[in-house]
Design a protein around this ligand. Structure first.
Ligand code: GTP
Ligand code: MG
Length: 383
């Protein structure tokens, strides 16, 4: 997995900038020797901001830049000059990125739309200069406010692809073949299980220039929830889909049983998955004749729509697209806001290890005498 270009999990260190210190400057000039305080405010520390960008499909670019530092605010100076604000750091992420605290597992935020900006860490406010603390009884305050501290966090960024329809099936069910038949995507297809090792997305055009996005994920087998096969880690890429297309090949020994196994694995992964609308496609139906289809039909689950398809001959493909389109547009199938559950701290360490992200990385913590954040003026305001 480490060599793959499809990166959907990274750990990075982020730090916002601290606020600049307010100035304690006193104005002293030739004809104005006691000009009073004229210290300006410190600048704001830079924020760390996430921005959704639909041109990114993975988190690969973050692997090469695991330390995100925003700039510190500069100190204020004489003549009421305000210090320069620290530079913000904007991290471009693919739409569907979810961020967790890498130490506590707490869910922090997610970015779902192109151009959407989310503040991950706020820069410290700049301290006020001594001009703010001048009062009638204290004309020469020799103090100013320090800037607010920076914030730092080790975060996990996880990508959950955003697609309309997710393909669910055993390895070899014909998922990738369907995707290549209905979209321009070119996933690898072969006659052995686990051909697909990472998710593929395709845009399926529908009538009148409309389209929807289909996600082909690696096959699931019985016991995947216990880590068999490729496990269930890719299921999170269909967690946000509004529709799941179950695919069972026509030559399966027991179509109904295969469907039930898939359903059960999904449930183990996340019970909410069962709330999604499902469609069943019996794939490779070019191997069936009408008589066989009539025989199979009554054994299929009767609570969801089904269709016999063949990605090779095109049988049932338009009918399938029609059903998908119809279901996608039903009000009841619109995705509701997703509740992101925090990660469990106990399993977090193992998870990081499994994802190859458990390495410690070095970063230098800058020490600075500005680091004591006592607000000096408060205690002697009543002089
Ligand atoms: N006859 C027939 N064969 C098909 C059809 N669709 C797929 N196949 C064959 O089934 C095999 C598996 O197809 P894939 O699309 O790679 O299956 P997959 O579900 O993506 O498999 P994994 O990526 O391993 O999970 C390939 O040899 C395909 O040529 C079909 O409609 N008819
Ligand atoms: Mg495949």
């Amino acid at each position: 997995m480490a060599e793959s270009n499809f990166v959907d999990y990274v750990k990075i260190y982020c730090r916002s900038g601290k606020g600049g210190r307010g100035s304690t400057h006193m104005r002293r000039e030739k004809f104005c020797p006691n000009g009073g305080p004229d210290g300006g405010d410190g600048g704001r520390g830079g924020h760390v901001i996430l921005r959704g960008n639909r041109n990114y499909w993975t988190l690969l670019h973050l692997k090469f830049d695991r330390h995100i530092f925003a700039g510190h605010g500069e100190s204020g100076s004489k003549s009421r000059s305000t210090g320069k604000d620290g530079e913000d750091r904007v991290i471009e992420v693919p739409c569907g990125t979810v961020v967790y605290d890498a130490e506590t597992g707490e869910y922090l935020c997610d970015v779902t739309d192109h151009g959407q900006e989310v503040m991950l860490l706020k820069g410290g406010r700049g301290g006020q200069g001594n001009t703010h603390f001048k009062t009638s009884t204290r004309q020469a305050p020799r103090f100013a406010q320090p800037g607010e501290p920076m914030q730092e966090k080790l975060v996990i960024m996880e990508l959950k692809l955003l697609a309309d329809v997710g393909l669910v099936g055993f390895p070899n069910a014909g998922k990738s073949t369907l995707l290549s038949a209905v979209s321009a995507a070119k996933p690898k297809i072969a006659d052995y299980p686990f051909t697909t090792l990472e998710p593929n997305l395709g845009i399926v055009s529908y009538r009148d220039n409309r389209s929807f996005v289909m996600a082909d994920i690696p096959g699931i087998i019985e016991g995947a929830s216990q880590g068999k096969g490729l496990g269930l880690r890719f299921l999170r890429h269909i967690e946000r889909n509004s529709l799941l297309l179950f695919m069972v090949p026509a030559d399966s020994a027991d179509i109904r049983k295969e469907y039930d196994i898939l359903l059960n694995e999904l449930k183990t992964f996340n019970p909410d998955m069962l709330d999604k609308q499902r469609i069943l496609a019996v794939t490779k139906s070019d191997m069936l004749d009408q008589e066989l289809m009539d025989e199979i039909e009554p054994t299929l689950p009767d609570n969801i729509p089904h269709v016999f398809i063949s990605s090779v001959t095109g049988l049932g493909i338009q009918a399938l697209k029609d059903i998908i389109w119809e279901e996608l547009n039903k009000e009841s199938n619109k995705i509701e806001a997703i509740v992101h559950r925090p990660k469990e701290v106990v399993s977090l360490r193992q998870e990081l290890k499994d994802m190859g992200e458990d390495g410690d990385f070095e970063y230098e913590y800058e020490s600075d005498d500005d680091d004591d954040f006592e607000y000096e003026y408060e205690e002697d305001l009543d002089d």
